[in-house]
Write a protein that binds this ligand. Structure first.
Ligand code: ATP
Ligand code: MG
Length: 415
């Protein structure tokens, strides 16, 4: 099958020019370049995807260096892996040396040697990701599809290329579920059986790699579908027996997605994911996934605040009481609790903190207090807090009110 016409229509003009230029330069050295993986799949599906992966049967780093010399691209090369990234103003292109992979044992990183396009396709996760489009002049646009990926796309099926696929690399279990939910596909029957059989192989995968796949899932448009499915399949249970992947988490993810900007969403999803964990479980989870320090703090804060929520479930709390209870927690942990708590009153209180109280500032600061004759030290700290509380509670409004309060406080003898 030839996809020359579809390729020309699918890729933006500028990107098409770049790709053709790279292919031309490779041809000068007798090498062929192919479009591979996600872009071929998405081109056939008609979904936009301009994250291009190119494979060359030959040294990709050398080719990328040549391309970078004759264009505006900046080059990031990984000599060890034979891969290079070319960064242009509006695009990045990944260029890889066609390679052969062998797994010494399940879950190990594969041993990599240069290979043919065929070798490079059989090392891939699913048939729908194991297709290539030739960019060579003599067969430009030709689809190379040794595992009937196009047929699987038509039948909406996710299929591994061989029975050891999930045990070689159990991250493919997470990746497969991600594609299943993103595209509304199904696992082909044998693949579904292998997936269930190999769930215990997740134990062979490093924490960093599992976390990386979860981060990938959290960048999906509908991560809640993926998490729910991972729950049903027992994948979450394998990562930590107390993780929930039920309707509750779907609802909470959905709310999170409507509330937060994309940059903070993945961390918020992590906090919601662990909301049902006990202290012991969270320790296991943080260690198992090698969660970085900052996120780890936010997740622990989320659970610490969850344990303190009863203090907030009272009528007539003063704004200052709310503020001083919550200020020690990471805002994202407060946000996670606002979404996750079963109490509408607590949720409202947490939202008020996030949207209003957190931003309340007094007009006078330490410098100005000094001008009023108060020397820096614990007493000034106390006065600033009293002033801040009064401001939060609406007891002072103007600068003059604040000044008056400060003066009355500084005249009061210290206890
Ligand atoms: P997405 O749209 O999610 O980015 P993608 O297909 O581009 O999909 P990537 O994670 O960017 O996925 O990986 C690029 C390609 O590398 C995949 O299409 C697949 O062929 C291959 N690949 C990635 N991870 C694995 C893996 N664990 N095992 C085998 N092949 C993989
Ligand atoms: Mg990709």
């Amino acid at each position: 099958m030839n996809l020359a016409r579809q390729t020309e229509q699918y890729l933006p003009g500028q990107l098409l020019e770049l790709v053709k230029d790279i292919s031309g330069q490779a041809a000068n050295h007798g090498k062929t370049v192919y479009l591979v993986g996600g872009v071929v799949r998405d081109l056939l599906l008609g979904c936009p995807n301009f994250d291009l992966d190119l494979v060359v049967e030959g040294d990709a780093v050398k080719l990328a260096q040549q391309v970078a010399e004759t264009s505006q691209a900046t080059l990031l090369a990984h000599h060890r892996f034979g891969t290079a990234k070319l960064r242009y103003e509006n695009f990045t292109l990944d260029l890889a040396t066609a390679r052969k992979e062998t797994y010494a044992r399940p879950g190990a990183l594969p041993a990599v040697t240069p290979g043919t396009l065929e070798d490079d396709l059989i090392r891939r996760d699913f048939s729908i990701n194991a297709m290539a489009i030739s960019l060579a002049a003599n067969d430009y646009g030709e689809l190379i599809d040794p595992y009937q990926g196009r047929n699987d796309l038509e039948h909406r099926l996710i299929r591994v290329l061989h029975p050891k696929s999930f045990s070689d690399d159990a991250t493919r279990i997470l990746r497969g579920v991600c594609y299943e939910q993103r595209f509304g596909f199904e696992f082909e029957a044998q693949t579904a059986r292998l997936l269930k059989r190999d769930i215990p192989m997740l134990d062979t995968i490093s924490g960093d790699r599992i976390r990386h796949e979860l981060e990938h899932i959290f960048e999906e448009n509908r991560p809640e579908l993926v998490i729910k499915r991972l729950g049903e399949l027992g994948v979450l249970h394998r990562i930590n027996p107390s993780l929930r992947g039920d309707g509750w988490i779907s609802k909470k993810f959905d709310t999170a997605c409507r509330l937060k900007k994309p940059a903070q969403l993945p961390s918020l999803y992590f906090c919601l994911l662990i909301y049902s964990l006990s202290e012991r479980d969270i320790e296991q989870f943080l260690t198992r996934l090698n969660i970085p320090a900052k996120l780890s703090r936010t997740m622990c804060d989320t659970l610490r605040l969850k344990a303190s929520l009863p203090l907030l479930d009272k009528p007539l709390l003063k704004p200052s009481e709310i503020y001083y209870l919550l200020r020690e927690y990471e805002p994202l942990a407060v946000q996670a609790n606002a979404i996750a708590t079963a109490s509408p009153r607590v949720s409202r209180t947490l939202q008020v903190f996030l949207t209003k109280l957190r931003n309340v500032r007094t007009a006078l600061n330490g410098e100005e207090l000094k001008k009023l004759g108060i020397s820096p030290g614990p007493q000034m700290g106390k006065i600033l807090e009293v002033l801040h509380r009064a401001k939060l509670d609406g007891e002072v409004r103007t600068r003059a009110d604040e000044k008056q309060l400060v003066l009355s406080l500084s005249l009061r003898p210290e206890r």
